[in-house]
Ligand binder design. Structure first.
Ligand code: NAD
Length: 745
């Protein structure tokens, strides 16, 4: 009897095959080439061996399976590019189609092979793995509150290519199906059962017996040959969504198209392909529909957007989360207790995420009242979670018991790390850092959450500058996934390693950058906001600025973003830059605007309910402040404005700054720039991030674009020297910084 490496295959006395997926050496099952080969053989065997009456597929891992191995999809894209160069478009496209549609064809043979297949879902089943279960004739899940099912492919720039779009669209009404596919959410088993995506949920130990019993009972729909068949393969099948060309279809499709445009601005080929495949597929019998899906899938896989998103949002993010940037050889830290000094807006958030991760927290402020207020923030957040059923009362009590608010620095005597988050003022930070250094055990890392002050200068306040490091959080701390770790000139490896271990413990993604004013993220974001300000001062209607930003793929417009981070802060940062670097460091038009907003009009942003937007009472949407016209003077008419150029300016100014951080030695790895830009400030995810935006456009083309913008809008668009050099040979950032392996992408 044939054995398999990735599956256990057992046949019981009733002729029912139990196929248990268990990839050796992996914590989770994924679909890779070896698994595809074996599944192919198993499906053939079940269909052709007369002694086998039916099959159950399950997993021996904690979860059922995580989906397709995205490294495999990334390689397919690399193969495509290589073949395109050597054999031409047709051969390259065919190779991608043949390979990427294979799993869909195998899954279809499970469904249409004439023997019953049951999915015994023992845990989370996502993407391609969930698609395997959708092709089974019956899905029984074992009770498991942690289990989730769903098709999240769209989040990394692709879409379900294993029949998922077609089966979901035949199992749900079209509106729900499109939502399911567009959003890529993960659902609990109970929800999946309500959506009829899971047939039964039973106690875990009854799952396999229930699967067997279903096969033995033999009650299932049969086709004209008397064989088991999926509902959609039966004559006269009517899906819950009805026909496309019907009154119901007319109610669904025009709004679906509009919602797609509103949500994506047509920036995501995968989302567009979902609409196309469902629309076309629902008009065809299943075999043809699946071919349509496969064609779109191969098509999307070849797009730069899919390549860029898989690379940044999956491959690179996974690498960064694994800690590839952790200094080699630094001993693993055993973090149990941390100190947070400054219990304000940021410190309170840092205390919350740390306590939520199981760390004890000493939370210090100037007086007990301020420290208590910092802890009250955790009380509020966790109580909200309890109210929503996302945490238990016991979890709330344990979390709060871990936070000790105090004014006593002596309590830092047994902490493993301190994060300083006091006022952004050197005069305040200096004595605080000195007091921390005097209170902690020797060698304990002291981290500053400063947004602008160079870490090297703050490190000088400690007798041991090597223990000082930057840990730059983004607000709101409990939501934002990125943390920027800053290495000052004197920062030691041990401090960087502890910072990384801390970021891992609180389940955020770290990037490690070298010291500079604004570090990495704020340099790029600062440019984005500046560009919005300058557009405003040119007379571009503010609504056009905000909309152009969204059309370019940014989650919020620059004016809206400035309101969130506070306009007075922008003015403070500008004044500090002017004091340190002189007049030239600031843009006079921006200075005029910020001074007007803050000093003349007292408009500080969302925090005082007055910014570029007006914030009416609760429940009413914000709207752009009409008084902006007072400072702008004569507004341009919308048709005098080139929207494409606005979009370019907003992205190019950020990407160009990212390129400068590379030349300045601040960013040392393109993956950190890319992942950091998407997680930290929402840089157009379709592009794969700031440096991928340049790489996929082509360095030469990007430099051309910079030249065009420089001519029209000034020196801030001047491409830096290194970029110009790279453009001459068409060098990419990934090629330059990561070697040959990355060049093909
Ligand atoms: P905040 O004003 O809300 O909080 C500062 C806290 O520090 C206050 O509670 C204050 O009482 C306390 N404090 C002041 N002097 C102190 C002292 N001598 N000893 C102990 N506590 C003292 O400010 P914030 O927005 O939380 O910013 C804190 C730091 O985080 C700053 O360095 C800021 O640049 C940085 N940061 C802010 C953001 C943001 O979006 N607000 C983002 C990233 C980084």
């Amino acid at each position: 009897m044939t054995t398999y490496v990735h599956f256990k295959f057992e046949i019981d006395a009733d002729g029912i095959a139990l196929v248990t997926w268990d990839m050796p050496g992996k914590t989770m099952n994924v679909i890779d080439i070896a698994v595809t080969d074996e599944l192919d053989a198993i499906v053939t065997r079940v269909a052709s061996d007369a002694a086998i009456k039916g099959a159950i597929i399950t997993s021996a891992k904690e979860s059922f399976g995580a989906g397709a191995d995205l490294n495999m999809l990334e390689n397919l894209n690399v193969t495509y590019r290589a073949l395109l160069a050597t054999k031409g478009e047709e051969a390259a496209a065919k190779a991608v189609y043949d390979e990427s549609s294979r799993i869909s064809r195998i899954i279809r043979r499970m469904e249409a092979g004439g023997k019953p297949w049951v999915a015994a879902i023992n845990g989370t089943a996502l993407g391609g793995c969930f698609e395997i279960t959708l092709a089974c004739h019956y899905r029984v899940a074992g009770q498991n509150p942690k289990a989730r099912v769903g098709l999240p492919e769209v989040k990394v720039g692709v879409f379900p290519g294993g029949g998922g779009t077609q089966r979901i669209a035949r199992m749900m009404n079209t509106q729900d199906a499109l939502q399911f596919l567009f959003k890529g959410d993960q659902h609990t088993l109970e929800r999946a059962k309500m959506m009829k995506l899971v047939d039964a949920i039973v106690p875990m130990e009854e799952m396999i017996p229930a699967a067997r019993a279903w096969i033995k009972a033999g009650v299932w729909p049969k086709n004209e040959k008397g064989l088991i068949a999926a509902p959609w393969d039966l004559k006269d099948f009517k899906g819950p969504g009805g026909k496309i060309y019907s009154p119901g279809g007319m109610m669904t499709w025009p709004p679906a198209n509009a919602i797609y445009r509103r949500e994506t601005y047509d920036n995501y080929p995968a989302a567009r392909a979902i609409l196309q495949t469902v629309y076309e597929g629902l008009q065809l019998p299943m075999d043809l529909a699946l071919r349509v899906e496969s064609r779109w899938f191969a098509n999307v896989l070849r797009t730069p957007q899919a390549a860029a998103m898989i690379r940044s949002l999956f491959v690179s993010m996974q690498a960064l989360n694994k800690g590839i940037k952790r200094p080699a050889g630094a001993p693993k830290s055993n973090l149990k207790k941390i100190g947070v000094v400054g219990a304000g807006f940021m410190g309170a958030g840092i205390a919350y995420v740390s306590a939520a991760a199981g760390l004890d927290v000493v939370l210090i402020d100037r007086d007990q009242e301020a420290a208590d207020k910092g802890k009250a923030f955790s009380q509020k957040l966790i109580s909200d979670r309890v109210a929503k059923g996302r945490a238990t009362g016991a979890e709330r009590d344990a979390l709060l018991a871990r936070i000790t608010p105090t004014t006593d620095y002596a309590m830092l005597g047994d902490v493993d790390l301190v994060v300083e988050a006091v006022f952004e003022d050197r005069k305040v930070k200096e004595p605080v850092i000195k007091a921390i250094a005097a209170a902690v055990k020797p060698g304990v890392a002291i981290a500053s959450n400063t947004s602008t002050l160079p870490i090297t200068s703050l490190a000088a306040y400690s007798p041991k500058p090597e223990q000082v490091v930057g840990i730059h959080f983004f607000s709101p701390v409990e939501k934002m996934l990125l943390v920027e770790i800053i290495r000052g000139k004197a920062t030691g490896d041990a401090a960087v390693a502890v910072a990384m271990d801390f970021v891992k413990a609180i389940k955020k993604t770290p990037i490690v950058v070298n010291d500079s004013r604004g570090f990495y993220a704020n340099r790029c974001v600062g440019n984005y906001i500046l560009e919005g300000h300058l557009m405003l001062m040119e007379g571009v209607p503010p609504a056009m600025i905000e909309n152009a930003a969204k059309m370019a793929g940014m989650p919020v417009g620059p004016l809206s973003l400035n309101d969130e981070v506070a306009i007075d802060l922008a003015l403070k940062v500008m004044k500090a830059a002017k004091a340190d670097l002189g007049e030239k460091a600031v843009n006079p038009a921006q200075e005029k605007l910020l001074t007007f907003m803050v000093e003349t009009k007292g408009r500080l942003g969302r925090k005082n309910g007055k910014g570029f937007y007006e914030y009416p009472d609760k429940g009413q949407p914000k709207f752009l402040w009409p008084g902006l016209s007072e400072i702008v003077g004569k507004a341009l008419k919308p048709d005098q404005v080139d929207v494409e150029e606005l979009k370019q300016r907003l992205l190019v100014t950020q990407a160009l700054e990212a390129a400068r951080t590379v030349e300045d030695g601040v960013v040392m790895d393109p993956r950190e720039a890319d992942v950091g830009s998407i997680l930290g400030f929402g840089f157009a995810p379709w592009s794969g991030g700031t440096l991928s935006y340049i790489d996929f456009m082509g360095t030469a083309k990007f430099v051309e674009l910079c030249k065009k913008l420089e001519k029209k809008h000034g020196a801030r668009f001047k491409a830096n020297k290194q970029l110009v050099e790279m453009a001459k040979t068409g060098e990419t950032f990934y090629g330059r910084m990561m070697g040959d392996a990355a060049k093909a992408a």
